[in-house]
Ligand binder design. Structure first.
Ligand code: CTP
Length: 502
């Protein structure tokens, strides 16, 4: 053990404990991570005495600034180089039924280990001079680490009632570490699942996001379902389960389909929000499901209904309601578009529209759509992948030619107002939209001069007389061409668009 306590801070804490005549131990995640060969620079120190005093003494010996003290919790935090060390006095806690706030009393090391969540998190290493480096493992946590098992040190009913968040933590650790949860502990979660209601959404989502960021998030989602937690915290996802049959025709189980997409995508990206887009891409399928005798099962507009559900879900989960949410929303809404483009119907105009709507998120959208191909029919998979290759090639070609991805309208509302000497109002918007549509449809080139001429034509059709001409907008024109040129030079030799990878 000693070799894992090489860092000078441990010797300093030993000396500080000796000066104060108290016992000190390093406990919890830091010790667990030694055995998992994960390097951690966060350590929790438990002392049989005052954690705050020990931290102050350690800071004095290390000649560093005094610790941050959290009087209400009886804890202190020391920053030593890039390490963060938290100090606390050993305690015995009992919790009230209606709250997470514990009633705390001083206790022994055993009391402290006893109140921890899992056997693998209840390991301690002695920092006392006499017994330096000795492992204290009252619940066989080392054996559980070896056997890859998550187990509570006490009766699970007590451990989970003390802090119901631990039910999420059990599933999170099982997913992150690819461990199993002992049968008794899992039964404990099933029995206590209702108690999750007293935990704040933020804390639940912290654990949920850690599950989502694991190598194989489906494991956690299946455990959440089996434990009964999923229907309480994320009923929309639970609703994806199952296959319904009419006239012997069934649809796929969207719960497992979504998890397959999520796992596939997780092999390619660590982007949490892209993973969230996978989780939510079919979320409106239960709400839009219909059986039509001629066509079978349909989920018309599930991408639009799904996109509308995103803000509601984000708000409820206290996830950020900002551009991250908008990104997820956009991907949910567009997730059928690339796959709908086939050799027969892929026109430049369809590609231009997709580029315009997806903008810089086009690569993420393509990644999501590729993961969305989970058909068991190899012929279908082959066809989809072939179409995808073609769509990617086309996206590249059109983007190189037309620069739609970072669209900036060539003709601003201001230019329209000044040219026709009209007041701001709906007419301006109509003209702007007509120009954009004509460019996306390929009727007008994505070019300032051509767009200006087209604007004059539309104005005329609407009975407007132009008071100014192209020369009056020289500055705007030069600015627009300069920007377009800059975008072009960002592409190596103008031939290979880095962001739309094959
Ligand atoms: N702990 C607990 N119950 C909780 C949270 C934490 O018993 N609800 C204990 C565990 O002993 C845990 C330690 O406090 O090891 C530190 O918790 P924390 O820093 O949240 O987690 P780690 O176990 O270190 O794991 P991670 O850093 O992956 O969150």
């Amino acid at each position: 053990m000693k070799k894992h306590l090489q860092h000078p801070i441990f010797k300093i804490i030993t000396q500080a404990a000796e000066n104060l005549q108290v016992d000190a131990y390093v406990v919890g995640g830091f010790v667990r991570d030694i055995f998992l060969e994960r390097i951690s620079k966060d350590a929790d120190i438990v002392t049989i005495g005052s954690g705050i005093e020990l931290a102050k003494e350690a800071a004095k010996l290390a000649k560093i600034s005094p610790p941050k003290v959290f009087k209400n919790f009886g804890t202190a935090m020391l920053q030593y180089k890039d390490w963060e060390i938290e100090f606390v006095g050993a305690r015995k806690e009992s919790y009230r039924k209606d709250s997470r706030k514990p009633i705390v009393e001083n206790g022994s090391l055993e009391d402290d280990q006893n109140r921890r969540d899992f056997t693998i998190n209840a390991l301690a290493i002695n920092l006392g001079t006499q017994h330096y480096g000795e492992l204290l493992d009252p619940f066989n946590g080392l054996q559980d680490l070896h056997d890859s098992i998550i187990r509570t040190p006490r009766d699970p009913a007590i451990t989970f009632s003390d802090d119901p968040l631990r039910m999420m933590r059990a599933i999170r650790f099982a997913t992150q570490l690819d461990f199993s949860i002992s049968a008794e502990t899992f039964e404990g979660i099933r029995k206590s699942a209702d108690r999750i209601s007293i935990i704040s959404k933020e804390r639940i989502m912290d654990e949920m996001n850690k599950i989502i960021l694991s190598n194989k998030p489906s494991k956690g989602f299946i455990l959440l379902h089996q434990s009964g937690l999923m229907k309480l915290i994320f009923p929309e996802f639970e609703a994806l389960r199952g296959t319904e049959y009419v006239d012997g025709k069934g649809h796929k189980d969207n719960f497992y389909h979504t998890l397959e997409v999520l796992d596939k995508l997780s092999q390619k990206t660590d982007n949490l929000w892209l993973r969230w887009a996978a989780i939510l891409h079919d979320i409106a399928k239960p709400a839009t499901k219909r059986y039509e005798p001629e066509t079978g099962w349909t989920f018309h507009s599930h991408e639009f209904v799904g996109a509308k559900m995103v803000p509601r879900i984000f708000r409820r989960f206290k996830l950020p309601v900002n551009e991250k949410m908008k990104f997820v929303q956009k991907l949910v809404q567009l997730h059928l578009r690339p796959i709908a483009l086939t050799e027969e119907n892929v026109t430049d105009s369809a590609i231009r529209r997709l580029l315009f709507e997806a903008g810089d998120d086009i690569d993420d959208l393509m990644m999501l759509c590729e993961a969305d191909i989970t058909s068991k029919n190899p012929r279908k998979v082959k066809r989809y992948l072939r179409n995808f290759k073609m769509v990617r090639r086309k996206l590249q070609e059109v983007e190189e030619k037309d620069r739609i991805r970072n669209w900036e309208p060539p003709i601003s509302g201001d230019i329209i107002i000044k040219t026709f000497d009209i007041k701001p109002g709906p007419k301006v918007g109509e003209i702007k939209t007509a120009i954009r549509e004509a460019i996306l449809d390929g009727e007008v080139e994505h070019d300032f001069k051509k767009a200006f001429r087209f604007m004059l034509k539309i104005g005329k059709d609407k009975g407007l007389d132009a008071q100014l001409d192209l020369h009056d907008f020289n500055d705007q024109m030069l600015h627009w061409y300069k920007k377009k040129d800059q975008q072009q030079t960002e592409l190596p030799n103008g031939s290979n668009n880095k962001k739309i990878q094959e």
